[in-house]
Design a protein around this ligand. Structure first.
Ligand SMILES: [Fe+2]
Ligand SMILES: [Fe+2]
Length: 167
C-alpha cells in the first residue's frame, strides 16, 4: 500500500541527480583532456553508461507513469505533454549516439584519442544545455500544474507505475 505518494518530488530529485551526473562527466572529460589514461577512459565509459541508464529510466518514468495520468487529469495541458515527449525523442537520439560512440571505442593513436574526447565533450555539452532547458520547461509547465491538480488516487497510480518500472 502506498501511503503518501509524492512522485513529482521524486521526479524533481531525479532531475537534480541527472544534472549532477552530467557535471561529474564534465570533470572526468576535463581530466582526460589533460592527460591520456586508459584507466580513466574506462571510468568515463562506466560513468556514461550509468548516466544513460538513469536518463533512460527517468524518461520511462515520465512517459509510462506521469504523462498518461496527466493526460487524463489535465486535458488542457496536452500540448505541453506532446512538446515534452518531443524533447524526449531528441534526448533518446543523443543517448543512442553516445552509446554507439562509447561501445565501439577503438583508439590507436593519440590523435584519435583527442578526436574522440573532443567529440564526447561536444555531445555531453549539448546534452547538458538541452536537458537543463527541458527540465526547466517540464517543472514549470507540467510538474507545477500537476502538483496542484492531481488527486491522491492519481498520485498513487503514478507511484505504482514508477515502482513497476523500477523492478
Ligand atoms: Fe522529461
Ligand atoms: Fe524529467
Amino acid at each position: 500500500m502506498i501511503e503518501n505518494p509524492d512522485p513529482i518530488k521524486t521526479l524533481m530529485e531525479r532531475h537534480i541527480g541527472l544534472v549532477d551526473e552530467l557535471g561529474l562527466l564534465k570533470i572526468t572529460i576535463d581530466r582526460l583532456k589533460k592527460r591520456f589514461s586508459p584507466n580513466l577512459l574506462e571510468a568515463l565509459k562506466r560513468e556514461i553508461f550509468s548516466f544513460l541508464k538513469s536518463m533512460e529510466q527517468h524518461i520511462r518514468f515520465e512517459e509510462e507513469s506521469l504523462f498518461p495520468v496527466l493526460e487524463v487529469a489535465l486535458g488542457n495541458k496536452r500540448e505541453q505533454i506532446i512538446s515534452m515527449a518531443r524533447d524526449h525523442s531528441n534526448l533518446k537520439e543523443e543517448i543512442e549516439k553516445l552509446k554507439t560512440l562509447i561501445t565501439n571505442l577503438d583508439i590507436e593513436t593519440l590523435e584519435e584519442y583527442r578526436k574522440i574526447i573532443n567529440l564526447v565533450e561536444t555531445i555531453i555539452a549539448s546534452l547538458t544545455d538541452f536537458f537543463t532547458k527541458h527540465i526547466n520547461d517540464e517543472e514549470n509547465n507540467l510538474y507545477k500544474p500537476a502538483k496542484e491538480a492531481l488527486l491522491k488516487k492519481e498520485l498513487v497510480e503514478i507511484e505504482r507505475r514508477m515502482q513497476s518500472i523500477e523492478e
